[in-house]
Design a protein around this ligand. Structure first.
Ligand code: SAM
Length: 274
């Protein structure tokens, strides 16, 4: 039930058309897209492309590895990994519209051979054991109530010695969180856990955390700059407001508030599969 509500939260109805219209306004050819030009809209997490680059650099990637991106959204992370690191990426996402848009943008960017996308749930991965050398997940755990099942599925589909990198918004202090947030309209579909809980659950399934970084101040700076730019120039032609909808400003304000009050922090963890 909650997965259906979560997919509805992210569903838009005409996202592909709006993104292609924005790109055309900016002078792009929709049939020959430059993946770099998509970054303002296809990186749906705090820190955008910069955060993806930093996480990717910690995954010990080398050409030809098989990578799973869980909750792949519009496919920005998958395309970046495939282009920058020459890996083969599978993206898995709950939201059917995102899977469609991710595949379409990848085809239009000439990357259909190296990235593929599939609809499904992270707590029941439709892949055989040991299918991937690396797994990454950016800003998805906040939507997953059963993190034990999530991490157990990740461990199952990773090869021994494989690496899992997660970059999630985690609960770091007590206090009331305001909604809507970018990932949930209300607390009913927001399942925030603290770094300690992540560490325990990951260790239990055989994915002990090797390295961890609190990215709160990076996140505060990123959101502050984003909001200041919008206040000065209005929303960009191609920006995350196309994805987040008419209450984007409120979602960003609530997110900024929770980071500044040290209730939440984007946090990165790198785990090694035993
Ligand atoms: C905030 S977006 C992040 C998207 C992408 N990782 C990125 O950083 O651009 C969260 C994504 O997680 C997906 N998602 C949420 N719960 C999921 C689940 N149980 N299984 C798979 N995907 C899920 C949503 O559909 C959405 O695309």
């Amino acid at each position: 039930m909650s997965e259906q509500v979560i997919a509805e939260h992210y569903s838009h109805g005409s996202l592909e058309r709006e993104i292609l219209n924005a790109l055309t306004t900016l002078g792009a050819d929709p049939e020959h897209l430059d993946p770099e030009q998509l970054a303002p809209v296809d990186e749906f997490h705090i820190g955008g492309r910069a955060a993806t680059v930093e996480l990717a650099d910690r995954l010990d990637l080398c050409p030809g590895l098989r990578v799973l991106d869980i909750g792949s959204g519009l496919g920005g992370t998958a395309r970046h990994l495939a282009r920058r690191h020459a890996v083969e990426v599978t993206g898995l996402d709950l939201t059917a519209e995102y899977v469609h848009v991710a595949a379409s943008l990848s085809r239009r960017a000439g990357l259909a051979q190296v990235v593929r996308f599939r609809q499904g749930s992270a707590t029941s991965l439709p892949f055989p054991d040991g299918s991937f050398d690396r797994v990454c997940m950016l800003h998805v755990g906040m939507n997953v109530a059963d993190k034990a099942a999530l991490f157990s599925e990740i461990q199952r589909t990773l090869v021994g010695g494989g690496v899992f990198g997660v970059y999630d918004v985690m609960r770091i202090g007590p206090g009331e969180i305001l909604y809507p947030m970018p990932w949930a309209a209300t607390s009913a579909t927001s399942f925030l856990s603290g770094p300690q809980r992540y560490r325990e659950l990951l260790a239990e399934v055989g994915l002990p955390v090797q390295a961890e970084r609190d990215r709160r101040s990076f996140g505060i700076d990123f959101i502050r700059e984003t909001r200041a730019r919008i206040a000065q120039d209005g929303p960009p032609v191609l920006g995350l407001q196309l994805v987040m909808g008419s209450d984007t400003a409120l979602k960003l304000a609530n997110l900024a508030d929770s980071l500044e009050r040290a209730l939440l922090a984007p946090t990165e963890m790198i785990c090694l599969a035993r």
